[in-house]
Every structure is written in C-alpha cells, then in structure tokens.
Design a protein around this ligand. Structure first.
Ligand SMILES: [Zn+2]
Length: 259
C-alpha cells in the first residue's frame, strides 16, 4: 500500500513535470516570435534616430533650489508649462524630436543629471528654462563662455563653449523675431555673470554638458506684468514659439558643427 502510494506520487510528479515542460516549450515558441516584434520597434527607433533631438530642461527642483515664486506664480510650475508647449511644437516638426530632463513637474533632478540626460540623448542643443528674480525686466539668454569646475570635473569642452555661444546668438535672433514686440529682450549674457557661474566658472549644468547648452531666463517673475505675461496662454505660446525659432536658427547655422 505504501509502495503503491509512493508510486502514485511519483506518477503525479511526472505528470505535473511534463505539464510544466509543455508550458516552457510553449513559452519558447512565444519567445521565438519576439524577433519579428523587435524588428518593427527597431524600425521605429531608426526613424527616430534620423530626427534631431532637442533637450528641454524645465528648471527646478534641483540640488540648489526649488525655484522662485512671486505674484502667486511658481517658477517650477511656469517653466514646466512652457516646456510642455515647446515640447509639443518641437514634436510637431517632422525632423525634430524632443526629450525632457524630468518626467513630472516636481521630480527632483540634479543639475549634473540634467546635463547627462541631454548627453545620453545626443541632443543637438539643451535649452534650459528658468525665470529670473531680481531687479530687472525681460528675457535673457545665458551661455557658458569658459570652463568651470565642480564635483572634481572641469568642463564644458572648448567646442561646447563655442557652439553654446553660437546657440545663444541664434536663440536671441529667434526670440527677437517672435517675442520682440511683446517682451523686452536683454543682451545675451554668460554663465560667469550668474551667482553660481561666478564661483564655479560656469553653471553646473554647463560643466557637465557635452552638447551646446543655454539657459533662457524667460521673464523676471518678481515683475508683476511679466508674471502675468508668462501665466497667459499668449505669453507662454510666444515664448515657446520664440525658442523654437531660435532652435531652428541654430540648426541651420553654417557655423554649427556636429558632435
Ligand atoms: Zn531658476
């Protein structure tokens, strides 16, 4: 009886084992169908690779700041909203594709990670969106004019510096065409004219950038009329269209070099 019982158990285990083997074999068959699927995703990726990647970096929160807030508007939220508009406009261009350096408005991303995100995507340019908070008015474009050092790293390269300078001049041209009649456009400034840049030589996001990087301080948020401007649909639309025009100016510039 005991023997029969054991024999019965062995048969039972064999049947179960066979059942699992059959399942595994079926699984392998399914797995063998996958190359066809990855072929099609590869095609999609290849199409994407023909497009020029534009990195949009909506400012804050980073290791240094959560962003300023004035007149009921936070820099964090308003930069995100303009970034989404710019993202949509870029993605509507057949030859362009956008990436953002963070997935959601309140995702904390260090300035180093923001640059690394653009580097990994091999972006043609990284456009960093911020708002100023000081005595002044208008929109200001910044670029790294020399190397800086932070976290034991010195950068960006001389080529990134010269291409960032070109990108800033082109952004200025694009912005002037679109926002010129509606918002003051200040002369282009350099990283070393900023608080962090004056200490490090360049902004952290520029130091780690292997692609041309510029900052657009879109408005002075502490200025009531500019806070109202950037909160409005028209203001956000003008800024995004102006930046897209600037990006295009850069992409077609005969001084632009490929990395
Ligand atoms: Zn900022």
């Amino acid at each position: 009886m005991k023997q029969t019982e054991n024999h019965g158990k062995v048969s039972y285990v064999l049947v179960i084992g066979f059942f699992f083997l059959a399942l595994l074999a079926h699984g392998n068959l399914l797995a063998e169908e996958l190359p066809g699927q990855s072929d099609s995703s590869y095609q999609m990726e290849k199409t994407g690779q023909n497009q020029i990647v534009i990195a949009i970096d909506p400012g804050h929160p980073s290791e240094t700041s959560g962003g300023c807030a004035h007149h009921g508007v936070t820099e964090l939220q308003i930069c995100w909203e303009v970034a989404l508009r710019l993202e949509k406009m870029i993605d509507e261009e057949p030859s362009l594709r956008s990436i953002k350096t963070k997935p959601a408005v309140d995702t904390m991303v260090t300035n180093r990670q923001r640059a690394e995100c653009a580097n990994e995507a091999k972006a043609a340019i990284m456009v960093r969106l911020h708002c100023d908070s000081a005595n002044g008015a208008g929109c200001t474009v910044y670029y790294p004019d020399k190397q800086g050092t932070t976290q034991g790293v010195t950068g960006p390269s001389e080529e990134v510096i010269s291409q960032s300078s070109l990108a800033a001049q082109c952004m200025q041209i694009g912005l002037a065409k679109v926002i010129g009649p509606y918002l003051k456009l200040n002369p282009v400034k350099t990283d070393s004219m900023t608080y962090v840049g004056s200490k490090q030589g360049a902004l952290t996001g520029s130091i780690f950038s292997k692609v041309p990087a510029i900052v657009v301080e879109m408005v002075y948020l502490n200025n009531a009329s500019e806070a109202a401007f950037i909160q409005s649909f028209e203001g956000q639309d003008l800024l995004a269209r102006g930046m897209l025009a600037g990006i295009k100016e850069f992409l077609v510039s005969d001084q632009k070099t490929d990395f």
